[in-house]
Design a protein around this ligand. Structure first.
Ligand SMILES: Cc1cc2nc3c(=O)[nH]c(=O)nc-3n(C[C@H](O)[C@H](O)[C@H](O)COP(=O)(O)O)c2cc1C
Length: 313
């Protein structure tokens, strides 16, 4: 293991890794110091940074972890607007989304559609290279439809002043399933002038070790669904030993208490609270078992929800 130099990153996940989740995660797993968290992408809505994204960027819950807001843009104007919004919210690092496969974003030229857009990327590179005091990074897929699209913009990305480049080696067309294109990842790693972070299907400490031995130059690893399903993933790897199932479950329940408590204090009514808390369990079925997981999903009010939760611990 090259623990001291490997950076562990919590992936941006719309609807999951907002400030409340990040805060509870950093608190329960004590990893605010050694994990870097990325916000779900900020976007433009009605000509301004979306209010919900600004609330996340400004949240006092961000105080216990290192946060980089991520932005998604279709042109240099949106890029500038969101960069200003992120820095006005007090952030000194910004991550660029060149990977979102969501059709409503890609159709408008954002996310993975930006991978082959040399014109906008050149304009963005110019802004990045003339903006001092802000740390930039890029999170990308190899392409929208073809795994070779990255070849057109890699020279531009190489010319940007970046801290690192995160690569999820699936095309947008593959969404989040199917084969992770490791050969393409190897080519991208070799072509990148920037330190590279691997992202995709990491779900155990052994997965991290395997990646680091296969790619000794890797700067770090980023986990999304694997971290939601096993929130102790980075803590276990950092400590160098796997936790027992009961240790893992205890910590998950602690994290749940914090998040559920926050929603009960700040939201109104069963429907609103349930719609925010249920995603917490989405990837945790293996940790709590199918029966309990289904009971949570079926809960229609706080009473049936609390009963489903009390059956876990
Ligand atoms: C529900 C969902 C929401 C996501 N939201 C974002 C996002 O806002 N920004 C981003 O760059 N990637 C987003 N992703 C992609 C993840 O960050 C990550 O790249 C992808 O899930 C692959 O990594 P994993 O296998 O570790 O989950 C999202 C993925 C999912 C499934």
């Amino acid at each position: 293991m090259t623990e001291s130099t490997t950076i562990l990153m919590a992936a941006p996940m719309q609807g999951y890794t907002e400030a409340v989740w990040r805060n509870a995660h950093a608190e329960v797993y004590g990893c605010g110091e050694y994990v870097e968290y990325f916000s779900p992408f900020m976007r433009v809505e009605k000509g301004d940074a979306r209010m919900r994204d600004m609330r996340d960027a400004l949240s006092p819950l961000n105080s216990n972890h290192k946060l980089t807001p991520q932005i998604i843009f279709r042109d240099a104007e949106e890029f500038r607007l969101l960069l200003n919004a992120a820095t006005e919210a007090g952030h000194m690092a910004v991550d660029l989304n060149l990977g979102c496969p969501f059709p409503p974003q890609c159709k408008r030229g954002r996310g993975a559609a930006m991978v082959a857009n040399c014109k906008v990327m050149e304009e963005v590179a110019e802004i990045i290279n003339t903006t001092s005091g802000i740390q930039f990074s890029v999170k990308m897929r190899p392409g929208l439809a073809s795994p070779d699209e990255w070849r057109t913009t890699m020279p531009i990305i190489n010319g940007m002043r970046l801290s690192h480049l995160t690569i999820h080696p699936r095309t947008a067309r593959q969404q989040y399933g199917g084969e992770v294109l490791m050969d393409i990842f190897t080519d991208m790693l070799e072509a990148s002038c920037h330190p590279v972070v691997f992202n995709g299907d990491i779900s155990s400490p052994a997965d991290i070790d395997r990646l680091l031995s296969a790619y000794p130059t890797l700067r770090g690893v980023m986990a999304g669904r694997g971290l939601l399903g096993r929130p102790s993933l980075f803590a276990e790897w950092h400590e160098g030993g796997q936790w027992t199932d009961s240790e893992k479950l205890d910590a998950v329940m602690k994290m749940h208490r914090l998040i559920f408590g926050h929603y009960c204090e700040t939201l109104c009514g069963d429907t609103q609270i349930l719609s925010k808390i249920k995603p917490f369990w989405e990837y945790l079925e293996p940790a709590i078992g199918r029966k309990r997981w289904k009971a949570i999903h079926k809960a229609t009010g706080l009473q049936s929800y609390s009963k489903a939760i009390s059956d876990i611990s």
